[in-house]
Design a protein around this ligand. Structure first.
Ligand code: ADP
Ligand code: MG
Length: 244
């Protein structure tokens, strides 16, 4: 379990400022959603934690380790940050069966065969894919493919799991089921999670804390009930009201 700290994060592309001054503390084992309209900077903030994107100013820490602080020339590369990632497009490799997809990060790191078998068995059971290890992705449902992606994101036992709109490609019924499943897996694992979504139902049903964003700013953060009962302004009130 780990904490994530954003301190005065700024992100710009040349003159275009995307994130102005983003500060946030995420606790051990907390499930935090970034919620806001398309283009508000959610993915950018998530990718800065993974190291796939660099912040222009400010610092990001995972536990007590600063992983990015351009002013002090600190940049820890993605593979050394111990974060797991799950995306909207499942990014499950079509030519590998379920076992090999999930085992891939372990193979890359040079784990031996029996360690790989043990780890994969454990994680496959957590995401409820036991018995499907030999299936190819094209013989899996969308929900099962997303479970493979989730298992692959968790198999290295990362400090933090980052999820970027992971349910957007699923139909409504499956989305509803997967919301509960992801939350349960996160709690069973006790893993700190950052979950990006534009879907308020996902954010409100899954999160310990919701960060509502607009135009690269944090507009409000709090527990789902805080935000539901006390929206800080019209933007928040409208945003959480107008969606389905
Ligand atoms: N490489 C880039 N160059 C310029 N602008 C970018 C780049 N990547 C993202 N943006 C802009 O940053 C803003 C935030 O994008 P993003 O973080 O993807 O938003 P969200 O995930 O909330 O939809 C958008 O206006 C987007 O166009
Ligand atoms: Mg996005």
């Amino acid at each position: 379990m780990s904490t994530v700290t954003f301190k005065n994060i700024k992100k710009s592309y040349d003159d275009l400022v995307i994130i102005k001054d983003f500060s946030l503390d995420i606790d051990n084992g907390e499930f935090v959603s970034f919620l806001g309209p398309s283009g508000c900077g959610k993915t950018t903030c998530l990718r800065m934690v993974s190291g796939l994107e660099t912040n222009t100013a400010g610092s990001i820490s995972i536990d007590d380790d600063v992983v990015s602080d351009p002013q002090n020339k600190i940049f820890v590369p993605p593979e050394k940050r111990h974060v797991g990632m799950v995306f909207q497009s499942y990014a499950v490799w079509p030519h590998m069966n379920v076992f090999d997809n999930i085992a891939y990060p372990l193979k890359v790191k040079g784990y031996n065969k029996s360690e790989i078998a043990d780890r994969v068995r454990e994680i496959v059971s957590i995401v409820e894919l036991t018995g499907l290890e030999k299936r190819m992705p094209d013989a899996l449902s969308g929900g099962q493919q997303q479970r493979v992606a989730l298992a692959r994101g968790l198999v290295m036992k990362p400090k933090v799991l980052l999820l970027d709109e992971p349910l957007s490609n699923l139909d409504a019924k499956l989305r509803e089921k997967m919301r509960g499943d992801i939350r349960k897996i996160q709690q069973d694992f006790g893993i700190t999670c950052i979950y990006v979504t534009h879907d308020q139902i996902e954010a409100f049903t899954m999160s310990d804390k919701i960060v509502i964003m607009n135009h690269g700013d944090i507009i409000q953060m709090g527990s789902p009930s805080d935000i539901r009962n006390n929206p800080i302004n019209d933007f928040v009130a409208d945003f959480i009201k107008t969606q389905h």
